[in-house]
Design a protein around this ligand. Structure first.
Ligand SMILES: CC(C)(COP(=O)(O)OP(=O)(O)OC[C@H]1O[C@@H](n2cnc3c(N)ncnc32)[C@H](O)[C@@H]1OP(=O)(O)O)[C@@H](O)C(=O)NCCC(=O)NCCS
Length: 146
């Protein structure tokens, strides 16, 4: 992994694993609309096994983007969060662009994600509905509940 850290005002965006506080990330995820669907241990394991950028304001964790990836063939984006106190100021777009253009991702082939309502947010980053939806398949097993 290649360290990538960028500043914007008092915010620091970093992929430094030393700065990834998984407990704080679990707290952040718990506040989102999908939070109640996932046990804390599920979120914890997901972050332990993903490529993550965190957004820090001083010591406070105020955002994140988590990526499931092999760094070359495919990257599946999850848990894109900017704390509600900072929304609507271009920080989410900046965080996503920095993650997608970070040195680790220089040869990434395919980016994937699912979103219920943020299509226009991702369109600005070059995403679109799949060109061949009939080629996309999924099998979903409910998360554990205890
Ligand atoms: C989505 C999120 C990360 C965006 O962060 P942000 O810093 O507010 O985003 P930006 O300011 O860079 O960009 C916002 C733009 O995206 C657009 N947008 C589209 N759908 C959106 C949505 N569901 N939520 C937020 N913005 C959305 C806004 O209209 C805005 O467009 P504009 O710049 O033309 O006004 C943030 O709102 C968030 O954490 N939301 C809760 C968690 C979430 O829904 N994550 C995405 C799951 S797929």
């Amino acid at each position: 992994m290649i360290l990538h850290e960028v500043k914007r005002g008092d915010l620091l965006l970093t992929n430094d694993p030393e700065k990834v506080d998984i407990d704080a990330l679990c707290d952040l995820v718990a506040k989102q609309y999908w939070g109640p669907n996932r046990l804390r241990r599920t979120t914890r394991r997901a972050f332990e096994n993903s490529y993550t950028f965190v957004l820090l304001q001083g010591e406070k964790m105020v955002g994140c983007v988590r990526v499931v990836t092999d760094f070359v063939t495919a990257a599946y984006i999850e848990d894109v969060i900017v704390d509600d106190s900072l929304r609507g100021r271009g920080i989410g777009q900046w965080m996503m662009r920095e993650m997608m253009t970070s040195p680790d991702m220089a040869e990434q082939h395919r980016w994937l994600l699912m979103t219920a309502d943020a299509q226009t947010f991702y369109e600005k980053l070059g995403f679109s509905a799949p060109g061949h939806p009939e080629w996309v398949m999924e099998k979903v097993i409910p998360y554990p509940t205890e």
